[in-house]
Each structure stands twice: as C-alpha cells, then as structure tokens.
Design a protein around this ligand. Structure first.
Ligand SMILES: Nc1ncnc2c1ncn2[C@@H]1O[C@H](COP(=O)(O)OP(=O)(O)O)[C@@H](O)[C@H]1O
Ligand SMILES: [Mg+2]
Length: 253
C-alpha cells in the first residue's frame, strides 16, 4: 500500500499504509518509506499479530514482505494469526506466492560453542541470513520479531547496542521499511523508560495494557515518527476477528 500523501506541513512524503483501521489516521496515511520502526510493548499486547497484520494487508496490495521470526515457528505463527483473524485465512495464498516469506531465525540456530551467548561475529551471520531472505523476494517491508532475544543473548550492553546499530544500518542499506518488535518488562505507561534502543529508530510505537481487575485495556501511542506529523493521542485499540481496530476519537491530534 505505498502511496504518496500530503501531510499537514505540506511536505510530500512517500508512505506505506499499515492497513490497520485507525493507525493510518494516526500516521496521516502511513509509515514513511524506509523508516525503521520499533513496536514495543508488554507480553500479549499484540506486537506479533499487529506486525503480521500489517504485512498481510501490504502483501495483498502487491508489496513483497518478509517476517523474520525469532520466537515462534512459522507454523505456530500462522496458526495463531488465523485463529485470531479468521477473516484473514487467505494469508496462506500470500505465503504460497512468496508475497510473504516467514523465516525462522534465532541465535539458537547459530549458537557459539559454549552455548547461549551470541557474539557480534555470530550476529553478523544472522544479518546475512536475514538479508538472503529479503533478497529472495525483493521485500520492501520486513518484520523482525523480536529483538528482545538478542538483548538476552548478547554478552553485554555494549555488544547489544552495537548489534542493534549494525542491524538497523543493514536494513537501511537494503532499503526496506522495517518493523522491529521489542518486549517491555512492564505494560504500564508510567513505567516506560527510554533505553538506548529507542534512540536509533526512526519511529517508536508503544502498545500498553492497563491493568484492570475485570478487563485489561489496550491502548497505543506513537512516541516518534521521523518524516511525518502524527497523532500524539493515547489511543485505545481492540484485537477483533477482522484485525486490529484503533480508536482515534474523531481525528483528534
Ligand atoms: N483468537 C484470538 N482472539 C482474540 N484475541 C486474541 C486471539 N489470539 C490472541 N489474541 C490476543 O492477542 C494477544 C497475543 O498477541 P501477540 O501478538 O502474540 O502478543 P505479543 O507479541 O505482544 O506478545 C493475546 O494476549 C490476546 O489478547
Ligand atoms: Mg510476540
């Protein structure tokens, strides 16, 4: 869903619509093409489903894409997606036609001799695998789900930071628009801390879950998005059988 739209300050930016009800209004048409976006949130907030739904809508519109899965097998991912969104069962055709490539990837497939540590050399090989996947269908839109595992397996914070910078600069070189998910330790807005990964991305979207005894309330916020104006409103969302619905309160910014 690449399209050119005029944003509020009259500059013209090429954007890639997410296809998510409400989110494109918040983004004034979509994500600027070539942006590297972080989608962060607590466990179960919907990071995986949201990013796969964005790929699904775009692939249906002719944009080849890849989903790099660090945490779930491709089978599990597709089962979860179809269970959550029975109306999007034709994702199977998009996978068959290679409009969406789901690649399982993980430090475990390239582990060092001692076991769980991932060093930068090993990480370089992971990046090569990702690149090969992207080149195999000329992906324009890529999801990396998630970078949290990298954080856990890197030897120290410096290596982790270097790995993230390496990953982002490679994605920029490949000219893809990328969504990278990150697990936050807390789902509450008041606990949000801006750690190093927030600064290297072009955009940051946070999914929150507000603890309520009977029902948890889901809401999202765009913290930053280079190259476009965007909503600053804290917007509730629901995961429905035909996709995410973000409530934008009548276009309020
Ligand atoms: N069949 C379903 N119907 C409605 N909601 C679902 C369904 N399956 C999963 N969900 C919702 O999606 C959430 C999991 O989404 P997921 O994208 O895997 O989260 P994350 O990647 O942020 O951990 C669940 O916590 C649940 O709220
Ligand atoms: Mg997930």
């Amino acid at each position: 869903m690449e399209k050119t739209i005029k944003n509020i300050d009259k500059t013209v930016a090429k954007k890639i619509a997410t296809g998510i009800n409400g989110l494109d209004e918040m983004l004034l048409g979509g994500i600027p093409v070539g942006n590297q976006i972080l989608i962060a949130g607590g466990p179960g907030a919907g990071k995986t489903l949201l990013s796969l739904e964005i790929l699904y809508h775009n692939a249906k519109n002719g944009i080849p894409s890849s989903f790099i899965a660090f945490e779930e097998t491709s089978d599990q991912l597709i089962i979860n997606f179809k269970n959550a969104f029975p109306e999007f069962k034709d994702i199977d055709d998009l996978i068959k036609n290679k409009m969406i490539i789901i690649a399982n990837q993980g430090p475990s497939t390239r582990s060092t001799e001692e076991g769980s540590d991932t060093n930068l050399y090993v990480f370089g090989n992971i990046i090569l695998d990702i690149e090969n996947t992207i080149l195999s269908n000329n992906s324009k839109l890529v999801v990396i789900d998630s970078v949290s595992l990298l954080k856990l397996t890197m030897r120290n914070k410096t290596d982790y930071r270097r790995a993230m910078v390496l990953l982002i600069s490679n994605m920029r070189r490949l000219n893809t628009t990328t969504l990278l998910t990150l697990e936050l330790p807390s789902s509450e807005r008041k606990d949000l801390k801006f750690t190093s990964e927030f600064f290297i991305f072009d955009g940051v979207i946070i999914l929150y879950q507000i603890g309520q005894e009977e029902k948890r309330l889901l809401s999202m916020e765009i913290i930053k998005m280079r190259g476009t104006n965007h909503s600053l409103v804290f917007s509730p969302y629901e995961i429905t059988s035909n996709g995410f619905k973000v409530f934008t309160m009548g276009g309020e910014f």
